[in-house]
Design a protein around this ligand. Structure first.
Ligand SMILES: Cc1cc2nc3c(=O)[nH]c(=O)nc-3n(C[C@H](O)[C@H](O)[C@H](O)COP(=O)(O)OP(=O)(O)OC[C@H]3O[C@@H](n4cnc5c(N)ncnc54)[C@H](O)[C@@H]3O)c2cc1C
Length: 355
């Protein structure tokens, strides 16, 4: 089998790695000039750590990342509730979410893939494809046409592979502008915890530590640092920006010999930190299905998983970012109640870790 993977993000690199460790030849292409430097996804859930164990990537991630100890909720700068993590689940073997910038996760995946003999060709853009029952012919930016047994479109939210298949990406775009800042800071109050700050006028600002004295701040307002009510002593802003969010999912992850994985197949808000993890799980399932030959299983299983994750993420986003005073009051009351009960805290922690 000879497989082309379009996109060297977490989904594409995991697909390449999982195929390579099964002895299947896979080539990854990316239109970028080299590895990414963006720290987008910072939360690696226990399921991803378990899935990346057989390829030997997990120990490096554990070595480089910070184990999240708790999720701390604030109303403005006033603490509301603390949900300790570390609730063990024998199915996954890990009881924490790991905080690591996405570029470091991608570097670990990329090194493991090339270490197994896999090839990554940067500066190479997918342009179009034509398929029949035997193979897929792919045209690249250098004008050459190459033939593969299968193609995996892991080329992100604006997927050209999805466009070449003429597939709809049904869903909707959220109207609001979100913001992100990657900062160096001194003496942050919660260096091993995820902080969710419910803003007095509605909305949220969240903080995830991503290194020693380095944090990521995200808000559903146009200025994450300005809106963060819990005081933070920022010594340097490494990167700042704004982004918008779409909530979408393709109806079918498979079209003949071409598969979609990761953001090319589904996207939603960063609330819950599931996007990258969903793509990693897609890629692992797809590699197993390509090896076993049960190709329809991939679309069936991963579409259902994607739909469930999108529903969960949207439910939590709507609750956490509500501006309606009654809904905000309900959210805070639930948090205060949960914070007082060990049983409820553990249930909520299980949702963060394994939901
Ligand atoms: C601010 C922010 C915070 C986030 N936080 C989290 C989090 O905490 N946890 C989490 O799980 N997720 C998070 N996410 C989501 C996560 O970043 C994405 O879900 C993830 O990057 C998707 O991975 P992917 O491999 O599917 O696509 P991408 O990472 O987008 O990679 C696609 C690759 O395809 C390449 N490409 C595109 N078109 C072509 C072409 N025509 N030819 C060749 N190459 C092409 C691109 O250059 C790119 O390298 C966050 C996202 C954002 C924006």
């Amino acid at each position: 089998m000879n497989i082309l993977i379009v996109g060297a993000g977490p989904a594409g690199l995991t697909a390449g790695l999982e195929l390579a460790r099964r002895g299947v030849k896979a080539t990854v292409i990316d239109k970028r000039a080299g590895g990414s430097t963006l720290s987008r996804a910072v939360g690696i859930v226990p399921m991803s750590l378990m899935l990346l164990e057989p390829s030997g990537v997990t120990p490096r991630l554990l070595d480089e990342g910070i184990q999240m100890q708790a999720v701390k909720f604030y109303l403005g700068e006033r603490p509301l509730a603390t949900i300790p993590l570390g609730v063990p689940n024998p199915r996954y073997g890990y009881g924490h979410i790991l905080m690591l910038p996405q570029d470091q996760t991608e570097a670990a995946l990329s090194d493991a893939f090339t270490g197994l003999g896999g090839t990554i060709r940067y500066d190479t853009e997918f342009k179009s494809l034509a398929q029949d029952s035997e193979a897929v012919a792919v045209t690249l930016s250098d004008g050459n046409t190459e033939t593969y047994d299968y193609v995996i479109g892991a080329d992100g939210i604006q997927s050209s592979v999805r466009a070449a298949l003429d597939l709809d990406y049904p869903g909707h775009d959220l109207g609001e502008t979100w913001s992100i800042a990657d900062v160096n800071c001194n003496g942050w109050a919660n260096p091993e915890d995820f902080t969710l700050c419910n803003l007095p006028a509605g909305g949220i600002a969240v903080v995830a530590p991503i290194g020693v004295n380095r944090c990521r701040v995200i808000s559903n307002t146009p200025d994450a640092l300005k809106s963060l009510a819990v005081p933070m002593d920022v010594s340097h802003v490494n990167r700042e920006g704004q982004f918008t969010i779409s909530v979408r999912q393709v109806a079918d992850y498979r079209t003949g010999r071409v598969f979609l994985a990761g953001d090319a197949a589904h996207c939603h808000s960063p609330v819950g930190g599931r996007g990258m993890n969903l793509g990693i799980a897609d890629a692992c399932e797809l590699a197993a299905c390509l090896e076993s030959g049960d190709l329809d299983r991939y679309a069936r299983v991963r579409h259902a998983a994607g739909a469930a994750t999108i529903n969960n993420s949207e439910r939590v986003r709507k609750m956490a970012t509500a501006t309606n005073p009654v809904r905000r009051m309900m959210f805070r009351t639930v948090l205060k109640t949960v914070g007082k009960s060990r049983f409820m805290r553990d249930k909520m922690a299980e949702g963060f870790l394994y939901g």
